[in-house]
Write a protein that binds this ligand. Structure first.
Ligand SMILES: [Zn+2]
Length: 500
């Protein structure tokens, strides 16, 4: 290896240390740090992010990347390092255009906006958050103007989370869903399945945590490379394939919430644990395409976890840990975990009406960035869209526009990835059926590890090195389409609710 390459690797190691600390601070802030300690955490995170940003935009790195991209150096690199050089050079050129003081101000404003959002949500008072949201919109606009001056603004934001999935493609996919699912959901909710109080009895948080580990072990999350902690809103963070951390929130009277969060975050975790370890701590590692990442968490949570056959081998164990389930038949359990109803909160929605929660947010983001709808008009627009898609209107903003964290740190363009993930899942389910045989039968026989291994080999191993459309075309052999998801919904819910 050349001297240049050695220097480059050493430089990367320095960057990685800052990232490691930033990650750890984030994890601690969300799990352990007391309220009064948060401000100092935000300060420290701002400092380390800024240091890392300075390294990632320094002339020294630019010179190395330029030289490594020249044929005599580049051709000597293996595929992985060629990818790393290409990707870092691209990111370098984009980030270089953001003035350092703008970036630092942005990181600080993100932290303040997050705090204001939490306060506004707790008080259900949009006015506390409005000035921060306005600032996030302005700053995101400004930064996107630097990084992607030639792209249409909202498409540039979509690219940030799911490269190549532009709004023309998303419009086509979401329109297909709207056309097919609006009438299906109306038929289902007209059947009015009543609330079942047996699912809302007191459930010891420690027992819920044991259920979480039982599920994580069952689906294939590795303990020696994984950790679990408690937080307000569950998320997963990974330091490398050898250190992946999931979180959960245990509601004392709603154990199903933690059960499905456990499976969801476990799906993210399994993905990160099974990336090619040669990619650890480089831009080739953990997949940064959110639609692809969500496709894995949502595959475990919904396609597998909300399938009756998933529970056949472990339902008795669930009853041992949470005794109320001993009194509930698996059929009743299955019906409850697929209870379709129009509701206010995205994260608590069933997998079917969930689609509308995302379509609504996607349209809101277009209203913000394309139609320039002012911030003060957004709560009313939100409520109108809730009425259009779900026939209900939130009683307050904390049930409405204040419910999600994403806009508070300017992650505009993120929401569509959740639904893209489900769309990919419909396609993956088809492909697994063709290659491994019936998923129902595999699950009923307790052979879920074969499905996990298939996902490891076909998707997880590649980490961040393939773009979303490339992943789907390589694995499924066809273009992205919403048709398999729609077919899955119609078959499954047609059967449960007796609607055609
Ligand atoms: Zn997720």
């Amino acid at each position: 290896m050349s001297r240049l390459f050695d220097d480059f690797r050493q430089y990367l190691t320095r960057m990685q240390q800052y990232e490691h600390v930033t990650n750890l601070l984030y994890w601690d802030m969300k799990t352990k740090a007391p309220k009064l300690g948060l401000a100092a955490h935000i300060e420290a995170m701002t400092y380390f992010s800024a240091e890392n940003f300075a390294l990632s935009t320094a002339d020294e790195l630019g010179h190395m990347l330029d030289k490594l991209a020249e044929p005599q150096e580049y051709d000597a690199l293996d595929d992985t390092w060629q990818f790393i050089v290409r990707r870092m050079k691209r990111d370098f050129e984009r980030n270089r255009r953001i003035p350092a003081e703008v970036f630092e101000a942005f990181v600080r404003a993100q932290g303040e906006s997050g705090t204001a959002w939490e306060e506004a949500k707790n008080a259900s008072d949009f006015s506390i958050y409005a000035p921060h949201l306005r600032k996030m919109i302005e700053m995101r606009r400004e930064i996107t103007g630097y990084t992607d001056p030639d792209k249409e603004i909202y498409n540039a934001m979509l690219d940030e989370f799911e490269e190549g999935m532009d709004s023309a493609t998303i419009d086509r996919l979401f329109d297909d869903l709207k056309r097919e699912l609006i009438p299906l959901v109306r038929k289902i909710v007209s059947k009015n399945q009543p609330e079942d109080p047996r699912f809302h009895v007191y459930s010891d948080p420690d027992a819920q945590k044991k259920v979480q580990w039982m599920l994580l072990d069952y689906i294939g999350f590795r303990r020696d490379a994984g950790a679990v902690d408690e937080t307000e809103h569950p998320f997963t963070t990974s330091f490398s394939s050898k250190d992946v951390r999931v979180t959960n929130h245990y509601h004392e009277y709603d154990p199903l919430s933690a059960i499905f969060s456990a499976i969801h975050e476990g799906g993210h975790g399994i993905f990160d644990q099974n990336v090619n370890p040669d990619y650890d701590k480089t831009v080739a590692g953990s997949c940064g395409y959110m639609g692809i990442h969500e496709s894995q968490s949502r595959f475990y949570e919904n396609i597998l976890g909300r399938n009756k056959n998933f529970w056949i081998p472990i339902y008795e164990k669930l009853g041992e840990l949470l005794p109320q389930f001993r009194e509930i038949s698996l059929d009743d359990f299955y019906r409850e975990i697929n209870h379709v109803q129009n509701s206010y909160i995205r994260t608590e929605a069933d997998e079917l009406t969930y689609c509308f929660h995302i379509i609504l947010r996607y349209e809101m983001e277009q209203a913000i960035f394309r139609d320039q709808v002012p911030v003060e008009a957004l709560p009313a627009l939100w409520n109108q869209k809730m009425k259009d898609y779900l026939q209900i209107v939130p009683e307050n903003d904390s049930q409405g526009i204040l419910q999600d964290v994403h806009w508070s740190d300017a992650s505009f363009g993120y929401f569509p990835s959740y639904l893209l993930g489900s769309i990919y899942d419909g396609m993956l389910l088809d492909t697994i059926g063709q290659e491994l045989g019936s998923v129902d039968e595999l699950l009923a026989a307790g052979r879920i590890s074969e499905i996990t291994r298939w996902l490891n080999e076909k998707i997880h191993w590649y980490g961040n090195t393939r773009k979303p459309k490339e992943v789907i075309e390589a694995v499924c052999g066809r273009e992205v389409s919403a048709e398999p998801l729609i077919r899955y919904f119609k078959r499954k819910y047609g059967e449960i609710y007796g609607v055609a």
